[in-house]
Design a protein around this ligand. Structure first.
Ligand code: GDP
Length: 138
């Protein structure tokens, strides 16, 4: 059973779509193995997105990600990394497929409602960034 990290970003929490996002996971046979709400400091957001530190949008992205509470989840299921990415849609909501989370709720390339790990190695790092083994069920 594969695991991935999902985040409902500050814009998603502000827009009251936590339930909508979780509903889509459950409707697609994805199980939630861990979940919590946190408000990252700027330094914690920078640590999470360290891989993007040379990108021009790093400062803006980490400011946004520490601007309000987020919901962090470990998702579990067959092929859940790819499955979650498909449900999320393209990074740029304008290019996202109809019916995806970003197409339906995002308003901006940066404020795009959800994060999802993109590979097993990044999933392992990202899950470990937020949860210890006692907090993950199953
Ligand atoms: P993801 O895997 O689809 O989340 O996309 P990336 O890993 O490429 O980028 C990480 C996050 O950085 C995205 O989800 C956006 O929030 C943000 N981002 C990506 N590209 C841009 C951009 O061109 N401008 C800005 N401001 N933010 C971006």
């Amino acid at each position: 059973m594969e695991k991935t990290l999902s985040i409902i970003k500050p814009d998603g929490v502000k827009k009251n779509v936590i339930g909508e996002v979780i509903k889509r996971f459950e409707a697609n046979d994805i199980k939630i193995a861990a979940m919590k709400m946190v408000h990252l400091t700027r330094t914690q957001a920078e640590g999470f997105y360290a891989v993007h530190k040379e990108r021009p949008f790093f400062k803006s992205l980490t400011e946004f990600m520490s601007s309000g509470p987020i919901v962090v989840m470990v998702l579990k299921g067959n092929d859940v990394i790819a499955k979650n990415r498909k449900l999320m849609g393209a990074t740029n909501f304008k290019e996202a497929e109809e019916g995806t989370i970003r197409k339906d709720f995002a308003t901006d390339i940066e404020k795009n409602v959800v994060h999802g790990s993109d590979a097993p190695e990044t999933a392992a790092f990202e899950i470990g960034y937020f949860f210890n083994s006692f907090e993950i069920t199953g």
